[in-house]
Design a protein around this ligand. Sequence first.
Ligand SMILES: *Cc1c(COP(=O)(O)O)cnc(C)c1O
Length: 457
Amino acid sequence: MKTIIEPFKIKVVEPIRMTTKEQREAIIREAGYNLFMIKADDIIIDLLTDSGTAAMSSEQWAGIMRGDESYAGARSFFRFEAKVQEITGFKTVIPTHQGRAAERILFELLSRPGKYIPSNTHFDTTRANIEYRGGEAIDLVIPEGKDPQNLHPFKGNIDLEKLDNFINKVGPENIPLCMLTVTNNSGGGQPVSMTNIRQTKEVVSRYDIPLFLDACRFAENAYFIKKREPGYADKTCKEIAREMFSYVDGCTMSAKKDALVNIGGFLAMNDVELANQARNVLIVTEGFPTYGGLAGRDLEAIAQGLEEVLHEDYLHYRIRTVEYMGEKLDQIGAPYLKPPGGHAIYLDAKTFTPHIPAHEFPGQAIAYALYVEGGIRSCEIGSIMFGKKDPVTGEHIPPPLELVRLAFPRRVYTQSHFDYVLEVCAAVYKKRDQLRGFRFIEEAPLLRHFTARFAMV
Ligand SMILES: *Cc1c(COP(=O)(O)O)cnc(C)c1O
């Protein structure tokens, strides 16, 4: 088998500022050992997130020039709307400035105290928008989805029996909609099978509950279906995506993921009455319905990105990159969440540094070492981000997993960048016994991971 090359050529380059280990030690100390507080210019390879970090194509940049900035009825809106409808088939498409704006509008209309919104796993912003309006966000992923070593091909699937039981327990009249996150971001970027989407629709239809997709990574999910689900090998990813959307009533979308742009999103649905209400909210807070908080040029770039993201060569290279990183980490022996998902590798910090207890943040110890060793920015997803404090004893209550996410921006880094990341991972793994934990010296009451300062233990 030949090397799977990046299916694009590079036309514009952005230089990376190289730093030495000594410089990085000083930089991260200055930043209170918090990677969020480091300037992007002081990072060599930035794997903090895959959100809004994609490289746009020459056609997308051409679209930026073609953007029609008319306030109402812009040509760019109609191109955007037509492309979203071609892929999703939904009757109405409402542009928003990013994914959480679509969520905010939807849940302003549908979430309130006494209402429950089940999902495989809600993403943080989705959960926050549901809870902000008083409703409850319920996660019902299959048990395999919570086991970091289970090789189930569709670990993002929702547990259909639990869903049915849950609907009967709280009553269908208290469930305004059910959601499926594709791929399941908070569960490690794991896909949902077509069968699971169809059967979820069958369950909720019995109770007249609509089903929405949180469609941020719909194209990556479609590719996994093509590769892993019987009967889909000969279908195109676009056909598979269309089938995924055909079973549901609407979607929220962050275009910062699988629309290959740096900003944007949308809310789309078949319920024309609900869409009219959503447009009224949109006009008050985001903008007129043909731009929704975006510039016309952004809509052009999204339309083009949605076309490109479904190209088989792109998806093959994209998913293969993550798989390749997994294979090489296996050779190094470094533990990670398996199987690799669609957009990131999650190092398993508990196994990586068993000598560091949860209250000394093993993920942070690894993230620190990856930065000092090679200038790589990763993201701790463990006790710092999701840990809680016992209200009585003040003792640390850790989340089930201690992870370090290496998220891969789309079309930004080449194979040699990824090989470099692996070399750095290998060097850090080799000296894992010497890594030390951290403790807080400053900590905000909410979302503390963004601004906290640490000291090394
Ligand atoms: C990123 C993301 C969102 C929120 O989108 P933003 O554009 O960041 O507001 C919602 N759901 C999932 C699954 C995401 O990955």
